[in-house]
Design a protein around this ligand. Structure first.
Ligand code: TYD
Ligand code: MG
Length: 453
């Protein structure tokens, strides 16, 4: 057996052979922890029944049927799962504390139970009474979900062995404790061991397992990212405190597309599905103001409209501020540089703030042109045409590249009452759906045409 490395960074999961105060890989301080070996777990005796036996790919193809899936009936959840929960699959649901993970999973547990699955909900954070109170608030007490308040992994595996459920929810993986690992709950070694034991036990016994994981301020599942590699599907539950909207995003999915989102609203009676996110993200838009742009985006299989807001002001600082919420900071820096170099719009000495309204987070490069438009609009104090949506990718040369699914974006914009779109030139003119389309070859002509000289 290979000698196991003995130290691991809790932030980036890098492995080192000796302890140090700062992680060489990610630069985090005080994040290196000793790892305990995983030699004699409760599951190890039953592992390896077919050790080393190779199977022929053609035989496998012949006997394999697609895995069975169960729908929860919550469309926003089923879509993110890739069309329902796959039997015996392992999932990780990450998110900030307090964002609503327990609420989401308790509601999902009740729905799956109502659709015929036997569900065990293991809470390591709350007592059974507290979970029941939450279920009462959510009006779920009539659903046949089994509750267990437990943190000892051995006891949990025994419960699962006895109950033989179809689905087990672990809330959260950071509270689980494997007694054969000498480390505190929440440490890398514990989280890794518990996730490993649970997933391998669940796979062997045909149980689907959903693990909740808290996220660090850096945006990673606290403790090891190795858990992300162990599971089939990783979902993030995101949202801004103070905003009721929550987005469930698939970042990895072995059984479906990885860029799908589901949109929810946190209400006094739990999470409600949002069937038309575009209307929601645009609902707070008042009359047109400089710096405000509507971006026609695509999230997974669905077009979603949202508003970018920019504010540009003379900076009192030697180094002007660049603050961004809901979009990538590096990408903002790139667009500022391209605006300056290729379109003659400098931002030197100016503070720049960029925000995506409603707590949405956009990752598509097709939002580049919307960001550039918001920035120039704010800088020039000039409003953009209120009846138009904007999308297109910007390259370093300043050229505009067409976005995928132009027609879907236009259709959604039209549905929400927009009559025009500003975008990149395409080789073949898209079906405009009756929308007034203004297509530009590059950023310089966009700035001249929309904002004049
Ligand atoms: P919770 O699911 O406990 O978050 P997590 O498990 O991610 O830590 O949700 C906590 C917040 O949700 C809490 O601030 C209260 C709020 N909430 C509602 O607004 N409505 C509800 O029906 C419920 C159950 C919670
Ligand atoms: Mg919770």
């Amino acid at each position: 057996m290979a000698k196991s490395a003995s130290f691991r960074c809790t932030s980036c999961a890098a492995v080192t052979s000796k302890w140090s105060g700062q992680c060489d890989s990610c630069g985090e301080w005080n994040s290196i922890e000793e790892e305990k070996a995983l030699s004699s777990g409760p599951a190890s005796k039953s592992l390896g029944m077919r050790r080393g036996k190779a199977l022929n790919l053609t035989d496998l193809a012949a006997q394999d049927t697609p895995p069975a899936r169960t729908l929860s009936g919550v469309e926003e959840l089923d879509r993110v799962l890739g069309g329902g929960l796959v039997e015996a699959s392992a999932l990780l649901v990450g998110g900030d504390p307090g964002i609503g993970k327990s609420t989401l999973l308790l509601q999902a547990a009740a729905r799956f139970a109502r659709n015929g699955l036997k569900v065990v909900y293991v809470s390591g954070e709350e007592a059974a009474g507290q979970v029941r109170m939450r279920a009462q608030r959510l009006k779920l007490t009539s659903s046949p979900v089994l509750l267990a308040a437990e943190t000892n992994l051995r006891d949990i595996l025994t419960t699962l062995e006895d109950e033989k459920p179809d689905l087990c929810i672990i809330d959260s993986i950071q509270t689980m404790w494997a007694d054969h690992v000498e480390a505190a709950p929440g440490s890398v070694s514990q989280v890794r061991a518990a996730a490993h034991e649970l997933t391998s036990f669940a796979k062997r016994n045909g149980i689907a397992v959903i693990m909740v994981g808290h996220v660090t301020k850096g945006g990673q599942i606290a403790g090891p990212r190795v858990v992300e590699h162990m599971v089939d599907t990783v979902l993030y539950f995101e949202g801004e405190r103070g905003h009721p909207f929550r987005i469930l995003r698939a970042v990895k999915n072995r059984f479906g597309p990885a860029d799908e989102i589901g949109v929810f609203e946190m209400t006094g009676r739990g999470l409600a599905e949002v069937k038309n996110p575009s209307a929601l993200f645009l609902s707070e838009r008042g009359k047109p103001t400089p710096g405000s742009v509507v971006f026609a985006g695509i999230e997974g299989s669905r077009p979603v409209l949202c508003e970018f807001q920019a504010l540009v002001a003379p900076s009192p600082h030697a180094q002007p501020r660049r603050t961004v919420v809901g979009w990538d900071g590096g990408r903002l820096a790139m667009i500022l540089a391209v605006l300056e170099a290729r379109a003659g719009v400098p931002f030197t000495g100016l503070d720049v703030y960029l925000n995506v309204a409603g707590g949405m987070r956009v990752t598509e490069p097709a939002a580049d042109l919307a960001v550039a438009a918001a920035l120039v609009s704010a800088r020039e104090d000039a409003t953009l045409p209120a009846d138009s949506v904007i999308f297109g990718e910007i390259s370093l040369s300043g050229a505009l590249r067409p976005a995928s699914q132009t027609e879907n974006r236009l259709k959604e914009a039209q549905k929400l009452g927009f009559s025009g779109a500003i975008t990149a030139q395409t080789a073949k003119p898209p079906a405009t759906q009756g929308m007034a389309l203004r297509q530009m070859p590059d950023l310089a002509s966009f700035v001249t045409e929309i904002f004049g000289d």
